[in-house]
Design a protein around this ligand. Sequence first.
Ligand code: NDP
Length: 456
Amino acid sequence: MMTIDGMTRLSGLLGNPVAHTLSPLIHNTISSRRGINNAYVPFCVEKEGLGDVIRGGFELCIIGFNVTVPHKVAVMEYLDGVDEMAAAIGAVNTLVRTDKGYKGYNTDAEGFIRELRYYDIDIKDKCAVLLGAGGAARAVAFALAESGASRIVIANRTREKSLDIVKGINEYFGRELAYEVPLDEVHELDERDYLAVQCTSIGLAPKSDECVISDGAFFDRAFAAVDVIYNPSCTRFMKYAKEHGVRAYNGLMMLIFQGIAAYEKFNKVTLDDADAQAVTEALSKKLKKNIILIGYMGSGKSAVSKALLKRLSAYKLVDTDALIEEKAGKSISDIFAEEGEAVFRDMETEVLTELLSCEESMIISTGGGMPMREENRRLMSCLGRVIYLTAEPATLYGRLNGDDKRPLLKSGDLKEKIVSMLMQRDPVYRLTADEICVTDDRSVDELAALIIEHYC
Ligand code: NDP
């Protein structure tokens, strides 16, 4: 944490609401790293007060502001100048103090360009297909055109908004670069080998299972996919892309790079890869601090979570089944026998909800049926990084044979039960997971090491 003293310069964020913003973490992490005496704070601003805030900020010598929803367009009338590209986009998210007032820029576009570079995605002379036509899509569309895309296709629920972006791009770049297609026809495009970019708000946590498109033909034709959403870290759109063998990324690096670009403008410095790395680490910790293990009974959740705890001493271990037994004052078998499965499932949802307000970083080992309820999938996605421990039915049989504590396995043939339950559960586990980890031929310690190395 920087020391605030007589030389501290101030920058900040104007928006409403601002309580959940990650921008202070981005800016203050860089200031601490670089030893720059700058403090960045969020300001919750009503639209009626926006002009006064801009004038007051100037008098207070605030070196710059980021601007977020709902002020990105409205703030433009209070500025001394607007960068040409930001004016064409029609929105600003960064204000830099000059001698006469504030000049507006759009670093969302720059953030997206830098994200493409970061992931080695070359869009030059390639086609891009954008889903969505809101503020993010506008910035991304201009960024793609600026980066040399040969064609930009925009598909949105409200077609007028796509057409407006198409018009803006074609006018600004002086040629027929962009065109519009209806959202429900985008999978029938003649285009091939395109970058697919998801710019709608569909798929954002907590509604992480949703996606504006599910048609495989759309993903098959893409050479890479980017979702501007970063929470959850692996969106349904990204999962579809990966299922079709297409590399896919979320919007976290766009967020980070728009912040870095703003920081550079505010503080007149050039940042490097190490700054981006430090911010990435800080944000990743904040966004995904918990590790959640899911999987069928016998997949190793309890043992692996204990092995993880040995290596991650700052974490707290939470076993949801143990927590439920403690709260109910009886074993899970007794809860099932006396109150039924539905009551137990309600208890699982209750426990996950309570964990949301826990400040500590947790390794959460879950009951095998936990992801089967949609509400639980949503809660897990909000809580942290979900890792599915898989195992073949034969492996599970070997681990579970002789275990009489599992109420769902008490009747019938164990082998058949495992196969039939897995058929039902495996697709849901895969849908829920951010990462999948095969356990069959790995020891518990190997699995813990693997999870820490690759997924934490
Ligand atoms: P807007 O509100 O401006 O646009 C929302 C978009 O989502 C519109 O295209 C809208 O379509 C579409 N949409 C909303 N609901 C539906 C639905 N039910 N079916 C189909 N389409 C729908 O939001 P932004 O453009 O500002 O933000 C979009 C997303 O981008 C957000 O999730 C935000 O978090 C993310 N973002 C990420 C950034 C980053 O740095 N990574 C930066 C900025 C935003 P319609 O026009 O028909 O309403």
